[in-house]
Design a protein around this ligand. Sequence first.
Ligand code: NAI
Length: 705
Amino acid sequence: MTTPAHYQQKGQIALITLDSPPVNGLGHPLRQAIKAGLETALANPDVKAIVIASAGKLFCGGADIAEFASGGFDREPRLPQLLVDIENASKPVVAAINGMALGGGFELALACDYRIALPQAKCGLPEVNIGILPGAGGTQRLPRLIGAEMALQMGTSGAPVATGKLLQAGAIDRIFEGEPADFVAAAIAYAEELLAQGAPCKTCADLSVENPGAEFFAEFRQSIARKTRGFFAPERNIQCIEAACELPLAEGLAKEAELFQQCAASPQARAQQHIFFAERAATKIPGVDPKTPLRPIAKVGVIGAGTMGGGIAMNFANAGIPVTLLEVKPEALERGLGVIRNNYEISAKKGRLSEAQVEERMGLIQGSLDYADLAQVDVVIEAVFENMDIKKQVFAQLDKTCKPGAILATNTSTLDVDEIAAATSRPQDVIGLHFFSPANVMRLLEIVRGAKTADDVLMTTIKMAQTIRKMPVVAGVCWGFIGNRGLEPYGREAARLVMEGASPEQIDKVLYHWGLAMGLPSMIDLAGIDVGYLTRQGNREALYGRDDAYAAVCDALYEAGHYGQKTGKGFYIYEGRNKQSNPEVIKIAEALAAKHGIARRQISDQEILERCLYPLINEGAQILDEGIAYRASDIDVIYCNGYGFPVYRGGPMQYADEIGLDTVVEALKKYQSELGDYGQTWFQVSPLLQRLASEGKTFKQFDRQ
Ligand code: NAI
């Protein structure tokens, strides 16, 4: 049996080597092994100092998150006590940080007396990203070593910091500049050196933190308020660091433990950990071998240099991959390349890119008006107008032009990928790659697997997405795939609620307070009322065929030429950055309500929330039942990464699990009966949702089946 840590004696130094692949997660077995190593070293009079090192690429990735759910986290030795034991050990302990030291891994290093590190290693406290805080002394020991301000930054951002910077700040004692292969020997030599100098054992209990004062903390809270809006854990991180400034170590640790428990037991921690695991699960495709040999992607083609094509091209240039950007007309190409350059120049002005990098990236994007330039590309992504006939023509042309084995992808946001594939003689090479706007910024990439898409095409695009730093999620073919199909009922309700008596402001306020980046009326104005209108035309039968008042307010705005932000008028009136109510919307809503026989009324915030979110959850269940999504958690990854859903809710399906599927079903049924024909048409409960709710189950349980 392999042991998670090895114990060796090197002269007067005991070497404890963490060896628990893949990341030296501090689960129960590794904690036990560290404790045993520590006790052996302390009991042996020949051992004078201890080095803790890693056999892997990382020093230590921190707590084993799966243990939070299994209860393993609480098994003795618990990490906080183990680290107190290390800190109080009677012999000096040196941490040898060869790679990432994250969360509990960094806390382990902080509890040691001395820290030596490789310059390429980084340390961080990413707990805040999964809804908790460092619960093994990190919030108390780190500020004692580097001061409150930097500890606040690290604790609330979760971002890792290079060891060189931590050396300057005081959390690292020495950087080893030699060969990484010699690092453990160097750490042992460092321990010998410390012994020769008679260096003492150290404890953070002897250190205090200079209290920067209440005003400083208030300003810090203000500075992160926008980014952390609605999140529970960042504020608790701050409170821990305030405690570190005010209390002795032991009391600070007790406070940290209390606040850790508050975070760990919160729905937000469950939601954020759900998304953490969901993102990792999303790239595993049932029935497809993860070792499927991939096609090489060295050259890329993009067709259409509009809003999406330009952003898509930038993703590849940013990753150092050359792109040929094809347009029909020279003016369109010139305009598209100009927008790309402008985007890069803005980044340069903000100091995110150097001028040389701007030129390097522009140099990787080659404009073209000739399909022959796409003959040798490995993948081509079409981003022309959302029109089936045009897309089919483009794909027929690609079929004639591209080399055998080239992946032919479409960025369509709603259309039938199988129909597009049928325009070629090689449907196995065709796939949907649905980027989100702005494509160079948004992390989500919805990959649409056609009926005939080859497994290696699918797996290659997943890998490619990761190369360009996107979060891939795979969907099947249907109108709108996962993301836009689910969005449709959610947008439908917003428009309908305006007709029934809610104001756009009220709807926005409710959804924003729930945690969305913006409410629906604002989002529709931003995305373009025209875009929504044109998209609905591609699905007329399913929408207007069932409801002649479908999206009536949006359509009326469209017909009046109000497309949202781009025309200065939509659900709101825009002047520069200012946004004001648009009184016309209420007039339109009143007229339409009268026309369709709808009695306008006061609508409660609760009704707005339920009517926007529950139909999305219901559609999600239907998407799942039809096999369009492999897992409920994939749906959550899509909404959190592509539609501004707050990670702390974990996405619509996790939210439904949290409030109970029976609650959702009950409310849907209530609206079904209260809203007359409209309710009968749109509030039918999905059979899967109904079944799970009756069985008292969750979507998570469904995913695990
Ligand atoms: P756009 O109108 O900004 O750009 C389309 C570009 O394609 C134009 O520059 C046009 O000159 C060019 N074009 C048209 N026909 C062409 C052809 N046959 N050959 C070469 N170039 C051609 O449109 P946008 O917004 O970039 O949308 C493109 C595609 O991306 C659509 O399928 C759309 O549904 C999809 N999409 C759009 C999103 C958005 O938020 N705008 C989000 C996700 C997907």
